[in-house]
Structures are given as C-alpha cells and as structure tokens.
Design a protein around this ligand. Sequence first.
Ligand code: HEC
Ligand code: HEC
Length: 456
Amino acid sequence: MNCCMNRLSRSLLIALVCYCASATGLPAEETAAERGYRHLLETPYVPAYFSQEVFDNLWKAWPAPLRVEAENATAEQRRGMAFRRYGLTTRPGDDSGLPLQFVVDEAGNWTPNCFTCHGGHIAGKTIPGLPNAHYALQTLIQEARLTKLRLQEPLATIDYGALVMPLGTTHGTTNAVIFGVALAAYRDADLNVVPASNQTRLVHHDMDAPPWWHFSKKQRLYLEGFATKGHRPLMQFALDRTNGPEKFNAWENDFRDIYAYLESLEPPPYPFDVNTELARQGEQVFHRVCAECHGTYGDRPTYPERNIPLAEVGTDRARYDALTRRHHRDYQRNWFSRYGADPVVVDPPGYVAPPLDGIWASAPYFHNGSVPTLWHVLHPDERPVVWTRTTDDGYDQRRVGLDVETLTNVPRGLDVWTRRAHFDTRMFGKSGGGHLFPDALTAAEKQAVLEYLKQL
Ligand code: HEC
Ligand code: HEC
C-alpha cells in the first residue's frame, strides 16, 4: 500500500511538474532524439582541430586572388568565404552563426563532430544527416597547419595524423574508414590503448558518407553490412588515443541518444516538380528490375538489405579490399560488438544495396561518390571520366543530381583546392564503373525510372 501510494504520489508530482512547465512556458522535457542532436553540437568527443584565432586567420593561407578578396571583405563576409571553401554551413533554425559541423566551446576551440561528414547542403538547403559533399578536410587541415605555424600555435593530433595519412583527395570524400582501421590497431579488445601490434597494410581510399535517414531501415551498418546496428559502433568516431575505455563507458548514454536521433531522421522531399504520370510508369519498371535489391517504397515499404557479391555489382573494389576478414574478426572480439554478442559478418561477399529514400539529395552516387547524377547511374556508358561542379551548389533537375562539367582530364596547373574539386575516376578507389543493371532498360524506361527516383 505504502509503495502504491508512493508511486501514485510520484506520478501526480510528475504530472504537476509537466503541467506547470507547459503553463509557465518552460520547455517540455527533451526527447532522446533531441538530446542526441544537442550532444552532437555541444560535446567534444575528440581533440580540437584549431582555435578561433586560427580559423579567423585561415584566409591568409589562400591563393592570391581569393586572399585579396578576403582582405578587402568584412569579417563576416570572410567567415562566409571560409565556410564555403571548406564545406561548412550554419545550423538550420539557429541564428547563432555557429557551424553545424563543429563544436565551438566558450574558449573558442573548434572540435569536429559527426556532421563534418554527415551534415551538408544541396539545392540551397542545409540538411543534418545529408552526406557533406562539400567537405574539404585535407585542404582545411593543411591551411590550418600553415596558420598555426604562422601564429606559433601548437599543432593538434590531426596535424600529425595528416603527415602519415591522406585525409581525402577529393572534396566531399574522406579516408574515414582507414582512420578507424589505423586507430583501432592501437587498441586491445577492451579499448585500452596499446602499442600498435596488429597494424596491417592500410589501403587508403576515399568514401562518400551514406545518408543518415537510412539508419532506421537498416539492421546492419556499413557498406558490406558487417556490424549489427547499435549505439556502440557509432562510438568508433571517438577512437582518438586520448580517449581511454573509461571515456567510452561514460559516453554510452550520450550515444544511446545519438542513436535515437539517427532513428528519428526522415528523407528530405524533392523540392522541384515531378511528372507524376511518368513517375507511375517508372515505378512499374523499378519493381521489375530494381526492387529485388533496393526494396519498395510508398505506404508499405520493404527493404531486403541484400549483400550483392562484388563481381555482380562491379563498383569500385578498394573499399572491399581495405577491410579484411581479419579486421572484421578483430571487431567481433571487441567492445564495439559487445564481444561478438552483436553478430558480425566476418566474410561478406560484396556490398549491401542501400535504400533509395531521398536519393535525389545524396548526390554524388555510389559509395565512393564517383557518379554525379542519377541520369549517369542509369547510363553507365556515359559516366564522366572527370567531373567538377559548375557552381558551389548547382542542382541539375534534368539529370537529377549535381550540376557538373564533364572532362576527359584534370586541367594542368590548378591550385590544390581547385584540383581537389575535380573528381578523377581513374584514380585508385575512385572508379565510376559497374552497377550495369540499368542496361536492362530501354531509353524510355530509364527516363521513367529517373522521374520515379525523384519522389522516393
Ligand atoms: C571523417 C568523416 C566521418 C565522420 C567524422 C563520421 N563519419 Fe560516419 N561514416 C563516414 C563514412 C565514410 C561512412 C561509410 C563507411 C562504410 O560504409 O564503410 C560512415 C558510416 C556511418 C554509418 C553507417 C551508415 C549506414 O548506412 O551503414 C553511421 C551510422 C555513421 N557513419 C554514424 C556516424 C556518427 C554517429 C558519427 C559521429 C560520432 C560519424 N559517423 C562520424 C564518415 C564519417
Ligand atoms: C542485384 C542487385 C541490384 C540491382 C538489381 C540494382 N541495384 Fe542499385 N545498387 C546495388 C548495390 C549493391 C549498390 C551499391 C553500390 C556501391 O555503392 O558501390 C547500388 C547502388 C545504387 C545507387 C546509388 C546509391 C547511393 O546511395 O549512392 C542507385 C541510385 C541505384 N543503385 C539505383 C538502381 C536502379 C534504378 C536499379 C534498377 C534499374 C538498380 N539500382 C538495380 C544493387 C542493385
């Protein structure tokens, strides 16, 4: 009786507190997903990259015409130029001017968060969870290093990392998987930091991050689906040597919230016109040729989460070769998979066919970001050898994807930023070939499927 009374009075108390909160206009209690988003923006989980002072002086490391333009600009314009150059945005629905992609603390330390790779903009809109197809990590770190040397500020962990490892050779893509592999080699199964005893050959290659709004559809994570979905795999991002096992344990609740945030995300709707009659025809073709791998959409969606053998999908194989059976076994034995309690696919045959929700927004396509538009995905013979954006954010409504210029070669004599703005599919890990399934379609069917894909 006593215990029931206690419970009753506690629920009355909670009800009263909630009532008072809403009556007084105090914010209602945050949901787990809201807390997750806040952790991403406010909690530094890795060491900072640089100070505010360094960020404000980056422009002095730019090539001449741009540097002169920056010199004559206001501080605010200069900040805008820096955001554009490195692929940063402000936070949607927030007028603080702070970057979505970095935690900036009171002391002015800039610490990268997940949105550096997982928060970008397309067709004029910033979308948290959209792969950041503008992120210029390598250029940012190089120019920050020059600035630190000039200001006599100490170098950060990332600066030493960048000396031994490429960070990303084309804007919008990073060598993220190999960062994880290299850092995991310094850990035992309980995540204690140990001398690198199990380092294997590092196959450097760049990837375009997948969109986060697919998270809720998936049971397994990553391109070959090796890891069971959970909050712990998300914590691999924090594998910096300064974070010991106690930090990972202490941060688990934060990452449960981040998990809830990822689960809550929805794909962004296509912002332009769709020819619904043509799209309906495309849906039939899609069901016949594509749905067995990519699932169905609409009221009762299905998603088979099929792993397709590498020889059958035929897209670039560097990612497949970079994570070996041995890496998957190590993962199966460690804290991230709860010592194998969360099943690990040790020997996957190839890559998992992703869901295609919001596919209009997540250009460029394939895991390495090699194909700029959906039209090019559907026309394997016409995919460009080299492509570069025409403008910072141009959207091609006809071909559905990035507005690009296609070339047969990267022009000579470009400054590094402009060179990295050219995607060269002949480089290692960057092939735009494979996925020839659309060859089964007539030209008219491809046109109809293209229309259908807009509205997923
Ligand atoms: C440096 C870039 C980078 C950062 C920072 C980063 N990621 Fe990723 N993320 C990637 C790339 C690239 C992949 C694709 C890896 C693969 O499939 O092999 C990925 C994959 C994922 C996936 C799997 C999605 C799927 O559909 O299988 C999740 C979930 C994820 N990241 C969450 C996070 C979270 C949470 C953080 C921050 C704690 C984070 N990432 C930080 C680049 C990054
Ligand atoms: C046999 C299985 C299979 C079939 C059939 C198939 N696909 Fe795919 N698709 C895949 C796989 C696997 C990938 C991932 C390839 C990669 O990223 O390297 C993929 C990737 C894609 C992507 C890029 C996704 C992204 O996020 O970058 C698009 C778009 C796509 N497929 C559209 C289609 C369409 C349209 C059809 C039908 C004409 C089709 N696919 C048929 C397996 C398939």
